[in-house]
Unconditional design. Structure first.
Length: 82
């Protein structure tokens, strides 16, 4: 998996290799905003990029989902009470 980071106005880093590029933008494919830094979302490090806010929101969503679906809370799917 290849990770590429774009930093607006400075350049990009891919697998530790930096490319200085003052024209570099940092556009988030998820919220559509131009931000200060984005990171690649695809395995090959190209195509879609996500900003910190969007990635943080998704990380929090996994925590919430894991909490909501934890085994000790309520009955597992398909089980009948009684
Ligand atoms: Zn975003």
């Amino acid at each position: 998996m290849s990770i590429e980071v774009h930093i607006a106005g400075r350049g990009r880093v891919r697998e530790g290799d930096e490319t200085v590029d003052t024209d570099q933008g940092a556009h988030c494919s998820l919220c559509g905003k131009d931000t200060d830094v984005v990171v690649s979302l695809t395995p090959d490090g190209t195509g879609s990029f996500g900003c910190r806010d969007c990635l943080r929101a998704r990380l929090e969503a996994t925590t919430v989902a894991a909490y909501l679906l934890q085994e000790s809370k309520g009955l597992p799917w398909g089980k009948i009470s009684g």
